[in-house]
Unconditional design. Structure first.
Lengths: 449, 274
């Protein structure tokens, strides 16, 4: 028997009992819609969480810390220093695209009456390129002038040199203008503190102030938060040159010294930032790094935990939806059984007329599969509608996660999977009834009632 | 003994025994007979005689307890259910007492239905269906749904459906059991006519001797045994020519047409019970 003839017979049988077919399909519609909506909510929650994390910073970044504390004069394990050599070692690992040093130096920033004591962070150019600047722009690669890029919340650290009042005291932003006015930077902070105020007896000369240009300011107001909000960034290589010219052979504050109090001939970084090609490989790279003896951090650790939680939520939601689909499957099985009882004679007739037993089974399987298909398609349409309503009219995402975004997301695999699953559920529910139909005796046809 | 041509059905020593509790019921008790190609045979007997059981077994709907059934040189007694379905699809047409048309289909679709089981494309099988519907005189009812037709018309569709697959043999189970006498006559004549024209073989089961008189040969079955076989020529001679037709036209269906004993004797045949 041809497939189209089979399908035609199945469909005309479904048409015969329109109300019953409709009610059975309705069950599948509700079942499919509840599964799809629940799963789409799970996906949406997960997605919102990922977006939230990625808004905080780069998720493919691993922070490497040295195990060795480097102060002065103590026993230090030089082999554990994070240096240019370490960077080279890490750079050759699989999945690592880039390594950036984090060279910190304490400075004092001054603009007019306002000052702040902060550490600046020297990083690679690749890292600088990732910083989302709201004002100004990244200097050209061949620009050899040291420039600072300020975080959008750095302005809050400034306070009045005379009164000592800062943002924390009066909730007024200091009138510091990074882009418009010149910023003076004192690198030799020890000398600064010793010569500060009226301490005229000090033998130390007041340190030199350097005028350092502002490259840009991170996007957002001082109320917004992202990964770059609190730091002042600059190019690590240019910072090294600057520090060398200022301190010459003297120890640089923040850099380790050997037992004799002499500085090492190379720079030691406080951290390294390792960039990984894909989020999925972050954990892998992190493991390799900790095997090498470094302490590592990444956002993935948090995300994985959160993802596990949301995975559970998704499972529970999907399970709730699946219950209604299961009930719908029982409905299909019931409908098919009824239909077979009703058509016992007819099945007998077509069997006498030579309809293959497999064709009879397939006819019923097609019928129940078709119920599943119709329910699946309509259920999916309803899911899209409900999802759209939740995303656009209720803004549940804002309510539950505090993030703008779609809370119900139906990716292509979910849509396709839902229809295939509905068809499978239909066929599965129709399987035993169809076997029963297949084995009905043809004698029923010639029995005359 | 005249040469009757090719045997199409050969039944040898056929038994069907049902167990009802501890007792064994012999529905068929050693039946032997042969049907030849192009014949119109009637299996006649009162209810409970085993005639329907015999027909079911010939059509492969029930399995015999013992014995052989050879149809078109094929043994069907040991076939599996799947093989029997295939056997019916390829070789057998069936006419039912209650017509058994599919209510969701019109006349053409009903006639074309068995062809669809053979995988004949829709266009072709509808052409064939139309041809056979014309043959049974239903030019005007082609598109009528099954339940919008009279009993006679439905049975005509049933006949067309049985013919459409061009079977080796057609079985008819009380084909006129639900029809009035006038329609019964029409249907019987039609069956005899198309069977002759198409050179088909028809085996009809009936409890009515008058109807059986239309057949070329009658197998009378009582208590699971064939008690006598009557040739049409003899039956006609006994009752004076076109007896059956006239009696039918008289409209007295219930009238018994017991044949004289001597006719039975002459019709006695090798296939009679031992």
């Amino acid at each position: 028997m041809r497939f189209l003839d089979l399908l035609g017979m199945s469909v005309s049988n479904l048409k015969r009992r329109k109300m019953r077919t409709f009610l059975t399909v309705l069950g599948v519609i509700i079942g499919t819609a509840s599964v799809v909506i629940m799963v789409s909510l799970g996906i949406g929650l997960n997605g919102l969480m990922m977006e939230q994390y990625s808004s905080y910073g780069d998720m493919t970044m691993v922070t490497v810390n040295s195990n060795t504390y480097y102060g002065g004069g103590q026993d230090v394990d030089e082999s554990q220093f994070l240096t240019d050599d370490t960077m080279k070692q890490i750079a050759v690992l699989d999945h690592v695209t880039n390594v950036s040093p984090v060279l910190r130096a304490d400075v004092v920033l001054k603009q007019g009456l306002y000052y702040c004591s902060q550490s600046i962070t020297g990083v690679s150019r690749d890292y600088l390129e990732k910083i989302p600047l709201g004002q100004g722009e990244l200097a050209a690669a061949d620009d050899n002038e040291l420039k600072f890029y300020y975080g959008n919340r750095v302005i809050m650290w400034f306070s009045n040199e005379k009164t000592g009042a800062g943002y924390g005291d009066n909730e007024e932003l200091p009138p510091v203008d990074f882009m418009g006015k010149p910023m003076f930077v004192i690198f030799d902070t020890n000398a600064y503190w010793q010569t500060r105020g009226n301490n005229t007896e000090s033998s130390v000369k007041p340190p030199k102030k350097y005028l350092i240009g502002t490259g840009g300011v991170v996007e957002g107001t001082f109320r917004d938060y992202n990964n770059y909000s609190y730091d002042i960034y600059c190019d690590a290589e240019l910072l090294k040159q600057q520090l060398k010219t200022i301190f010459r052979k003297n120890p640089i504050p923040g850099q380790p010294t050997n037992r004799k109090g002499k500085p090492y001939p190379y720079f030691v970084y406080s951290q390294l930032m390792v960039f990984v090609d894909d989020m999925e490989n972050v954990t892998d790279v992190q493991k390799q790094l900790s095997d090498m003896g470094y302490q590592t951090n990444s956002q993935m650790e948090w995300i994985e935990q959160a993802q596990q939680t949301y995975g559970m939520v998704q499972l529970v939601l999907g399970g709730i939806g699946a219950v209604s689909l299961f009930v719908a499957a029982i409905g299909i099985a019931n409908t098919m059984m009824m239909s077979i009882y009703e058509r016992t004679k007819e099945i007998g007739v077509i069997k006498v007329l030579g309809c293959d037993m497999r064709n009879i089974r397939n006819m019923f399987l097609l019928e129940s599969g078709f119920i599943g298909f119709m329910g699946g398609v309509v259920g999916l349409c309803i899911s899209y509608g409900v999802g759209y309503a939740m995303n656009h009219f209720l803004s549940l995402g804002q309510m539950m996660m505090g993030v703008d975004g779609d809370i119900s997301r139906i990716p292509f695999w979910l849509a396709g999977g839902a229809i295939v699953f509905a068809i499978l559920v239909g066929m599965l529910a129709g399987f035993f009834p169809s076997l029963r139909a297949m084995h009905l005796s043809p004698l029923a046809a010639i029995r005359n009632e | 003994m005249v040469d009757r041509g090719n045997p199409i059905i050969q039944v040898k020593n056929l038994y069907k025994i049902y167990r009802v509790g501890d007792t064994r019921v012999h529905a068929l008790d050693g039946v032997d007979f042969t049907v030849y190609k192009g014949e119109f045979c009637a299996i006649v007997g009162p209810s409970g005689s085993g005639k329907s059981t015999l027909l079911n077994m010939l059509a492969g709907l029930e399995k015999p307890t013992k014995g052989q059934i050879v149809i078109d040189k094929i043994h069907i007694e040991d076939m599996t259910e799947n093989q029997l379905v295939e056997f019916r699809r390829k070789r057998v047409g069936f006419i039912f007492q209650s017509y058994n048309l599919l209510q969701t289909m019109n006349a053409v679709e009903n006639v074309a239905l068995p062809l669809s089981f053979r995988g004949v494309p829709k266009k072709k099988r509808n052409e064939i269906a139309v041809r056979y519907l014309k043959l049974v005189g239903l030019e005007k009812q082609m598109k009528h749904m099954a339940n919008a037709m009279s009993g006679g018309q439905q049975q005509r569709v049933g006949i067309a459906r049985a013919l459409a697959v061009n079977p080796k043999i057609i079985f008819a189970d009380e084909p006129t059991g639900n029809l009035d006498s006038k329609t019964t006559l029409e249907i019987l004549k039609l069956m005899r006519q198309v069977v002759r024209e198409q050179n088909q073989t028809l085996v009809m089961v009936t409890h009515d001797n008058n109807l059986a008189a239309y057949a070329d040969r009658q197998f009378h079955i009582v208590d699971g045994k064939i008690v006598r076989i009557v040739e049409k020529a003899e039956a006609d001679r006994m009752s004076g020519g076109t007896a059956a037709d006239e009696r039918m036209v008289g409209g007295t269906l219930d009238m018994t047409a017991e044949l004289p004993e001597e006719a039975v004797e002459t019709a006695e045949f090798s296939a009679s019970p031992r």
